[in-house]
Design a binder for this molecule. Structure first.
Ligand code: 5GP
Length: 189
């Protein structure tokens, strides 16, 4: 009998470094499985379809929603749709993997209703100034998009008390250790 895995929602504002921390966390724990989301946004340079996201058309996204194929989905930063394909998550958990769902605030709230056992983790920046600097330094969004993301970030930061845990991403090493500790402490029998 395989013990089913547990789900972990990871949420945090734009440019907080979720991607970098999660990459480290996943490299260190072979029992973790990362849920690849579907999105209607275009790939950034270097992003690979099926690895970073499933880049889908509006019509394909509509189809997945209509077939109840999304565990949750949301319009993020008021522009593009992002969602979690349901079946791969359920399959991975049934196979005993602990699943990481990287979601926006709206998605995290939906999963809180749909999967109350999922542990909800918020990744926070050391300060607001640092977050702005990281976003500007990344240089992947134009000024308008940066402003839109910072507006969303304010709302997200204000909601961090809703989460089971808050991890401050001051350094990648510290945040990785903190996240792995949370995952391991909630999955020991
Ligand atoms: P980005 O465009 O920078 O890759 O992601 C923007 C935001 O979308 C991030 O905050 C990320 O957490 C969120 N996001 C990514 N995948 C999903 C998903 O499947 N569902 C929801 N609700 N949000 C997602």
């Amino acid at each position: 009998m395989i013990t089913p895995g547990k789900a972990f929602v990871v949420c945090g504002p734009t440019a907080v470094g979720k991607g970098t921390v999660l990459k480290e966390v996943l490299a260190r724990d072979p029992h973790l499985w990362y849920s690849v989301s579907a999105t209607t946004r275009s790939p950034r340079p270097g992003e690979v379809d099926g690895v970073h996201y499933f880049f889908v058309s509006q019509a394909k996204f509509d189809e997945l929603v209509a077939q109840n194929g999304m565990l949750e989905w949301a319009v993020v930063h008021k522009v593009h749709r992002y969602g979690t394909p349901r079946k791969p998550v359920e399959d991975a958990m049934a196979q005993g993997y602990n699943v990481i769902l990287e979601l926006d605030l709206d998605g995290a709230r939906q999963v809180r209703e749909a999967m109350p056992d999922a542990r909800q983790i918020f990744i926070a920046p050391p300060s607001w100034d640092e977050l702005q600097e990281r976003l500007r330094g990344r240089g992947t969004e134009d000024e308008e998009e940066q402003q839109r993301r910072l507006t969303t970030a304010r709302t997200e930061l204000a909601a961090q008390d809703e989460f089971d845990d808050v991890v401050i991403n001051d350094t990648v090493a510290n945040a990785t250790t903190a996240l792995l500790n949370i995952i391991h402490s909630s999955t020991v029998e």
